[in-house]
Structure formats: C-alpha cells, structure tokens
Design a protein around this ligand. Structure first.
Ligand SMILES: Cc1ncc(COP(=O)(O)O)c(C=O)c1O
Length: 363
C-alpha cells in the first residue's frame, strides 16, 4: 500500500512539528529495529536492545545539551505538569520556594507548589497580561528559599528570558518550550525539566536533568513513582518507561547534533523568528505582538489582529494555504505561530508573505 504524503506548515504549540529525517528513520526502523525483528514498541524495556537505545538516548541528550557529569538524566511520565507537583513534593515540603511568574505555566507551577509548601511568588507579570520577563538581579528573594523557579519560555504568552539566569540560588527551570532551541549552560541550573512534545520528540516523555547533590535533600516516605531518588536508583525504570518516546527523543537529539549542535540551531531559530517579527513590526500596527521587545520568544509568537472577525478570516485563509494551528490560546486571543526547531524557515517566509498580503487586503 502506498500512502500519499502531504506535509503542512504546522505552527502547533505542542505536540509540535518533528524533523522529517527523524520520522523517516523511525518509519524505516518500525518493523525491525537493528536486526532484532521487532519494533521498539514490542521489546522488553529490560532487554539488551532497549538498554542500548536507552544508553544512546542519554548519550545524545548529554552531548547535544552539554550535560555535566554531576547531573542525572531522567525520562519520566506525566508531562511537565507532573513535575510542578513532583519537584514540590521532593524539594518544597515544609519549606519556601521562590517563583517568578511570567505566564500561565509558571502560575500553574505555583498552584501545584502551594499544596506542598510555601510557594512564594516574588514577581508576577499578571497585571500587565504577562508580556514581560523581569531582570532577576533586581528582585527580592526569601532568605531561606529552597529554590528559585522560573519558566524560561512561556509558551502561551511568548515571553522568554532569552538567556540563562545567572543566580546564586538553586534555579529550577521549566524549559518545556525552549529546550535545545539555542545554546544553554546546564550548570546555571540545579534542576531542569521539559515535556518532550515541542522540541524533543512525541508527548509522553518528560526530560529531567537534576544535579546529583539535590537528591540528598529528598524526604523519606514519598510515593515511589514520585521520588526522584528512587527514579535515579532505578535508572528511570522503576516502572515500564515510555520506550517509544525515549527512542524518538534520542533520534531527535542525534538529528540536531548532526545539524551542528545548539549553536547552529540557535542561529537558525533566530533567523526564523526574525522573519515573522518583521512582518508584525512592519505592518503599521495591523498586527501587534504580545510580548515586549526584549523578551520576545523565538519559539512562540503570539500576535493579534484588529478584530475577532479578521482573526478568524486570517486563520481560515492561512489554513487553506496549508498553514495550520495558528489560533492563539484563548487567554491571549488572536494568533500564535510556534516555530519549534523542526519548523522550516520556508514556513516562516510563507507566513510573513501571507501576513503582508492579508494586511494589504484588509487593512
Ligand atoms: C512551558 C510549559 N510548561 C508546562 C507545560 C505542560 O506540559 P505537559 O502538557 O507536558 O504537562 C507546557 C505545555 O504546553 C508548557 O508549554
């Protein structure tokens, strides 16, 4: 059976677009992984073949992201959302944790944290509609905080710090929507987590990087699945891991290593985002970006049009041109173009061209 292949420009905020060579490789290996006569979905997670995949995946993550030896790599389930709770259970119980809230996901992290301890909001951008990232050096923190939690890129509002926080505190970071989109220094963080379904692979896997001295702080008596120390001791296989997702995550990391690493990826993403921001900025106010200039995300670009009616028309016409998933999140409205690593620059050019043409017709 031959299946016709059509690829669209997929602006989805997540699960997002995957690199085509990765999908092709997975397709080629689908029925028989490396001469085993089985697909990755069919093999025991304790068997030799999957152990090899697990090792290769961890090695690829370490290499692509430059993960130092004193950090453990975990592939967990429950998405980044479970990490909001899990990190609080492990590190916040009976303590204070400082949270900087630049958008919806940071807010959710606080809500989950409050159930376990004193999730202290040191700064929130809520009153201005989450369109800024503060200068972390100018904030006042709790003296005894167990950690400082930041969301490096807020997916819904398109607000990004654009640099690693340079703080003395143990920084805990939700990198779900910008991980591996540019060079970053793991050692600036104590704890990093990211749902895979934007830049790393399919949904169902959450990457966690934890500095190993943190493990000593974990209280006894946590539910086993929610205890990082136990997950580390069991090589993230306390239960059956999301095998296929882990395999795909490894292929994605290997793909970007071959591309030239995060330096090359970062340059590509900067060039892509520039194309779309220029279309916004040169529209004479027809399109308005949500985030302030200095914190504009290169991964998620929310923008509005003059009216609800024009927004709907824009989305429908774009869809007819095979540019899909441009509807913005309901809390921000308007449109959002997500430009994850695998999104091609041709799609940015096509969108920018359409934006100019649409504004000329409807402005
Ligand atoms: C920055 C950020 N954090 C957390 C989440 C929640 O991730 P998950 O759906 O994997 O729980 C998302 C999902 O879009 C996100 O963008």
């Amino acid at each position: 059976m031959t299946v016709a292949t059509k690829r669209v420009f997929n602006f989805s905020a997540g699960p997002g677009i995957m690199p085509v060579p990765v999908l092709e490789r997975a397709q080629a290996e689908m029925l028989d992984w490396n001469g085993t006569g089985m697909s990755v979905m069919e093999m025991s997670h304790r068997g030799k073949a999957f152990m090899q995949i697990a090792e290769q995946t961890e090695a690829a993550v370490r290499r692509l992201m430059g993960v130092p030896d004193n950090y453990k790599v975990l592939f967990l389930q429950g998405g980044a959302s479970l990490q909001f709770t899990m990190l609080a259970m492990n590190f916040l119980r009976g303590k204070t944790g400082d949270y900087v809230v630049t958008g919806t996901w940071g807010q959710k992290a606080v809500e989950a944290g409050k159930i376990e301890g004193n999730a202290n909001v040191v700064w929130s951008g809520k009153s201005s509609g989450f369109n800024q990232a503060p200068d972390l050096a100018r904030l006042e923190y709790s003296s005894e905080a167990a950690f400082l939690h930041v969301t490096l890129n807020e997916t819904i509002q398109g607000v990004d710090y654009l640099a690693d926080p340079d703080r003395q505190q143990d920084v805990f970071c939700d990198m779900s929507s910008c991980i591996a989109s540019r060079p970053f220094d793991v050692s600036k963080y104590a704890f990093i987590y990211a749902g895979a379904q934007k830049n790393l692979g399919p949904s169902g896997v959450c990457l966690v990087l934890v500095r190993d001295d943190l493990l000593e702080r974990i209280p006894a008596g946590l539910p086993p699945m929610l205890d990082y120390r136990l997950q580390v001791e069991n090589g993230w296989m306390y239960n059956t891991p999301p095998c296929f997702g882990v395999y795909m995550l490894g292929l994605v990391c290997e793909h970007w290593i071959l591309y030239g690493g995060l330096g090359a990826v970062g340059k590509m993403n900067e060039a892509k985002a520039k194309v779309v921001y220029e279309a916004i900025d040169r529209s004479g106010g027809f399109y308005k970006g949500h985030a302030e200039e200095g914190c504009r995300s290169r991964m998620n670009i929310p923008f509005t049009l003059p009216s609800e009616e024009l927004t709907e028309k824009f989305i429908a016409e774009a869809k007819a041109l095979d540019m899909i998933e441009l509807k913005g999140h309901r809390s921000v409205g308007g449109c959002r173009a997500s430009l994850y690593n695998a999104f091609p620059i041709e799609g940015c050019q096509a969108l920018a061209h359409f934006m100019r043409e649409f504004a000329a017709r409807n402005g």
